[in-house]
Design a protein around this ligand. Sequence first.
Ligand code: PLP
Length: 391
Amino acid sequence: MSVDWDEYRNDFPVIKNCTYLNNAAISPIPKIVYHEVVKFYNESLNYGGKRWNQWEKQIEQTRELFANFINATSPNEIAFTHSTSEGMNIFSHMLSSYGIVILNKLEFPSSNLPWINSNYRGNIRFVRSRNKNEIKICDIAELIEKTNSTNPKNPIKTIVTSHVQYSTGFKQDLVELSKLSKKYGIFLVINGTQSVGAMDFNVNKSGIDFMCINGHKWMLSSFGIGTIYIKNTYVKQGEVFMPKFFSQSGQKDKNLYTNNTRLCFSNTATRFEIGSPHIPNIIALNASLRYLSQIGSSKIEERILKLTDFLIEKLQSINLKILSPIAEKKNRSGIILFQSKTHNPIQLTRILEKKYNIIVSARANGIRVSPHFYNNEDDINKLVSVLDRIS
Ligand SMILES: Cc1ncc(COP(=O)(O)O)c(C=O)c1O
């Protein structure tokens, strides 16, 4: 069944106020998310914590919705965090001491800094990529071979990478990467922030072990909410980063809060959750998950790729240099980075916003455009005709 994308535009009041093509930075929330969060605050205003049992059900429903959204085996593999950075810190704490970690220099700081911070005996290597805007799997394989043969006693144990790179929009082939990681017994840790919500994301099919995201980009949800996925096999092995009250065997078993002398972590990914849950943000995620699931991830991905294909064609028609690696369709995503011949990226994004009410971002050495499914060809035409005029 074909989707009437114009209908969905009504859910995004932002389109009346500006041409918003900046979903890789912060996406606007759809009306349903706004209404659900307002409902929560109304309940809180009028009933205090009297609605706790209902909120608790919503939390567990959200966990299940997210597990289904990424095709996890069980909700037990999902924990709520506050951000991608928190998720990556949990993983680096769990895995840094196992052996060498492979990072790359295209990553957003949240992917790399937690590992550099918990660097265990100089156990970090950066992939040297032969093309600076993408990470080739053959370069990762070469690094593994070389490192493991030089020092077989301290082999590579973890690969960290984004599924979609925040600046160039390069989309990694996770199926191929996980074949490589399995061949060498390496943990595969994915930053899914620029992918989940925009691309059809399937943890089982892609064979990854760990993944973290936040809610305020493609997930159309909220600041202050993130999730982690930890494959079942590893959940209980996970050393807990910051022992906290809420993760102790699950909230339900300890209503009297009398244990303050023993560590007693739950057997699910909830063991990584800190303190009382940020309920309004989880409710925001609950609403956005229902909304996105009802449209369907594969339809959303198809729509976004159609818009970025259109954008590529238009940018090329006015001779602007595209920095994103677009030669192979499988590496394309919701992010396109281009260069202006006449303005630096910060200058140009300011002009676009102040004079033309078009919102995009300056990232790395280019201008990043990131349409979501509620954008349309008119938004892109508007951007490109302004670029044509001022370049
Ligand atoms: C790939 C990527 N990871 C992480 C972040 C930041 O996430 P958080 O602020 O939730 O830690 C961003 C952007 O802000 C990003 O693009």
